[in-house]
Design a protein around this ligand. Structure first.
Ligand code: PMP
Length: 370
């Protein structure tokens, strides 16, 4: 969709990146470190200052106690952390439980590790876990579950109750949870992010994954963190060693500085995102679109059928970009089994002008296709 958006010079509400750069002081810190160093290989698990900052940050913001020396690994983005976690934990023949809709890297990576997937479907509008469906997805071959909270693309959170359901299955079947929490700081309306590390029985069997790119609105930075109990971190770090070995030291220095920022900094980011979400949502509703609630991430979902557009989401997305100059992402891209609903994902981390222009073009698409 981004390729099509570039070709057609469309307003890109598809790909999830903010239209603004991250905090200037963090970028200055990185620039200073490029000039003054260090510029040689940092330690394989990450520079101590960043690992300490990660542990301090999660302790302060989420009440998660971590020993930075034995429980934190710095990675080249969450994508690398996900790959390292899957390669570390899985053997050929293992099964992994995934929740649809799901982020696109999980399935290809677990297949490369020789594993197969079993799916649990989360459905709008609640996106809650169905306990019976969950129980049947786990077998005696299940080795891991990959979950994502806040969840891209549904913009929902997996609450403590559903985390506990998943945790109970992990404990029962002796599984590891790979918990993709990259959107942990993009949470709105007073909702609270709960980490899988805090679910009952999961402290020793969870790899919690974070992303500085998402925390600081600089998606190109590709600095991630994997936090897990010492034994799990040992295995994780071995996989990480042969994927990227390490991550540019200047970015690590700057992220360590950023993580120490006061709570108000992160609150202001959420307030800015909330304003953008509401601007987009209100304007879309005025144009007759049915907008789903969005409690986390950079995204809002639009239900096409409930908006009077009886089309499948992929067909709508292609016509919207080609004929009306606005890029969206069809939810079906996040499923293996076609979903019942026809939904598109819109990124609201954009300037007011882009959001307004995007809505104008979506309104045109609705007039054309309804
Ligand atoms: N997981 C999810 C759910 C994401 O949305 C993204 C980025 N869109 C990533 C992982 C990748 O994060 P990073 O850029 O740090 O590799």
């Amino acid at each position: 969709m981004s390729g099509l958006a570039r070709e057609t010079d469309a307003v890109n509400l598809g790909q999830g990146f903010p239209e603004w750069d991250g905090p200037q002081d963090i970028r200055e810190r990185a620039a200073k470190a490029v000039i003054e160093g260090p510029n040689q290989y940092p330690p394989m698990r990450g520079i101590p200052a960043l690992r300490e900052a990660v542990a301090e940050h999660y302790g302060r913001h989420q009440g998660v106690e971590l020993d930075w020396k034995t429980e934190v690994t710095v990675t080249s983005g969450a994508t690398e952390a996900l790959a390292a976690a899957l390669l570390a934990v899985l053997q050929p023949g293992d099964e992994v439980v995934l929740f649809e809709p799901m982020y696109d890297s999980y399935l290809p990576m677990l297949r490369r590790a020789g594993a197969t997937a079993r799916f649990v479907c989360l459905r709008p509008p609640s996106w809650r876990v169905d306990p019976a469906e969950l129980a049947t997805a786990f077998t005696d071959r299940t080795r891991a579950v990959v979950l994502n909270t806040p969840l891209n693309p549904s913009a929902s959170l997996i609450g403590a109750e559903d985390l506990a359901l998943i945790a109970a299955q992990c404990v029962k079947h002796n599984c590891i949870a790979i918990s993709d929490e990259v959107w942990e700081h993009c949470v709105f309306d007073g909702a609270t992010h709960v980490s899988m590390l805090q679910a009952p029985g999961m402290r020793e069997r969870t790899i919690k994954i974070g992303s500085a790119g998402k925390m600081f609105s600089m998606t190109g930075w590709k600095v991630g963190f994997a936090c897990a109990a010492p034994k799990l971190t040992e295995v994780f770090a071995r996989a990480h060693q042969f994927l990227t070995f390490t991550t540019p030291p200047h970015l690590q220095c700057a992220v360590a500085y950023g993580l120490a920022k006061p709570r108000e900094h992160f609150d202001e980011m959420c307030a800015q995102l909330t304003r953008a979400r509401d601007r987009l949502g209100l304007a879309l509703k005025q144009e007759g679109f049915h907008v789903l609630p969005a409690t986390g991430t950079y995204f809002s979902g639009v239900d096409l059928r409930a908006s009077g557009i009886d089309m499948d989401d992929a067909a709508f997305a292609v016509r919207a970009v080609k004929e009306c100059g606005v890029a969206t992402i069809p939810f079906s891209a996040f499923y293996v089994r076609p979903p019942a609903a026809s939904l598109v994902r819109l990124c609201f981390a954009k300037s007011d002008a882009t959001l307004d222009q995007g809505v104008e073009r979506l309104a045109k698409a609705r007039r054309l296709m309804a």
